[in-house]
Write a protein that binds this ligand. Structure first.
Ligand code: SF4
Length: 367
């Protein structure tokens, strides 16, 4: 019997599938974009280093008259990606070195990364996992994750399971429900975290069926990946509202990208719109990782610190992300500042205020 609910769910599914079908799915689809012949040839040549994919609604955000458009910069291959600079790495944060079983990375005691798929709804040019995403045959199967689930079961110190990839929300509802059920059957796991670009690039995929697949015993946190306020639209607003109403905690991590969001005005607008319009807390502003072929999009740490300092002075605490670097060799995410402590003299600390003025603060503690 066909019910209203079934019809609505079928409509919701056909909307995002149409969006994917009408977008760019292969290098050859670049021919359908309004690029000049020279731009198209350059993009096709650069695409050998990293796959190309983008849904139609995300492509529609591009102003094709602006060669420096911030959406275009994130998804259209650039010849600069073919330039490798000394010091760049295949695996910038050492996912593989900390992988005791396939599809899992265990770097910090209380949490693991789980990789249910290495496929994404969009392929971001700046991706630090692009070397993993180029392999074939690395989609989701239940069998592929069994060793990872057994590892989590055997490690009671693990409290959080972070689905990442690839993009976990590019999987079908059924696969997500299976993964969620398998994780929540492990009693010591408390929180399911999902790192995803889907709410940004394919918001129609955030359907009642998808959020229902993730609801269960576990606290669910969705970490979105907006990099520019131009990515915030009525569609992304609806997607985030659907997830908030499902009871999910929403956070955002951005990557600091030269030519995309490396001005205080752009970052300020992004952070305010995330919090005030989407109800998504700006969580991290990542310094660019040492992914290969990305020197043209990386800022210096000094530039990043200056931006983080300016944001600190302009934005309220709930709108402010923490500027971090995910260190090579698995050193973890460390805050890069700026630091306001200038000196210590006995119990006195000299601390710079947000107004730039130096003040003395004395430690006053009981015996
Ligand atoms: S969606 Fe995430 S994993 Fe996929 S290409 Fe973009 S940054 Fe990389």
């Amino acid at each position: 019997m066909t019910t209203d609910a079934n019809l609505k769910s079928a409509d919701a599914d056909s909307a995002w599938q149409d969006d994917v079908r009408a977008g760019v799915r292969h290098v050859r689809d670049l021919a359908s974009l309004p690029l000049s012949p020279a731009e198209r040839a350059a993009a096709q040549e650069a695409a050998v280093r990293h796959k190309v994919r983008a849904p139609k609604t995300y492509l529609d955000l591009i102003d094709w008259n602006d060669p420096a458009d911030p959406i275009r910069a994130q998804i259209i291959p650039s010849p600069d990606e073919l330039v490798e600079t000394e010091g760049e790495l295949d695996d910038p944060i050492a996912d593989h070195a900390f992988s005791p079983v396939p599809r899992l990375t265990h770097r910090h005691a209380d949490r693991v990364l789980l990789f249910p798929t290495y496929q994404c709804a969009v392929y971001c040019r700046f991706c630090f996992r692009k070397e993993s995403l180029t392999s074939i045959g690395r989609g989701y199967t239940r069998e592929a994750l069994e060793d990872a689930f057994a590892y989590i079961e055997a490690h009671p110190e693990i409290r959080e399971v972070i689905l990442t990839g690839g993009d976990p929300l590019s999987l079908p509802d059924k696969a997500l429900a299976e993964i969620r059920a398998r994780i929540e059957a492990i009693a010591h796991v408390r929180l399911l975290r999902i790192h995803t670009r889907v709410p940004v690039v394919l918001p129609s995929r955030i359907t009642p069926g998808l959020v229902g697949a993730l609801q269960g015993r576990l606290m669910v946190t969705i970490v979105t990946h907006f990099n520019h306020a131009r990515e915030i639209t009525s569609d992304t607003e609806l997607a985030c509202r659907t997830m908030r109403q499902a009871g999910f905690v929403l956070l955002n991590q951005s990557v600091l990208l030269k030519g995309v969001n490396d001005t205080v005005e752009v970052l300020e607008e992004l952070c305010r719109e995330l919090m005030y319009r989407l109800g998504v807390k700006p969580y991290y502003l990542h310094h660019g990782d040492l992914a290969r072929g990305m020197a043209h999009r990386r800022t210096s740490i000094a530039e990043g610190q200056a931006l983080a300092g300016a944001l600190r002075a302009r934005l309220s605490g709930i709108c402010n992300p923490v500027y971090v670097l995910d260190l090579p060799e698995g050193g973890g995410k460390v805050p890069l500042g700026p630091c306001y402590l200038e000196a210590q003299e006995g119990d006195n600390w000299r601390i710079r205020g947000l107004d730039g003025e130096m003040r003395v603060y004395r430690d006053v503690v009981g015996e």
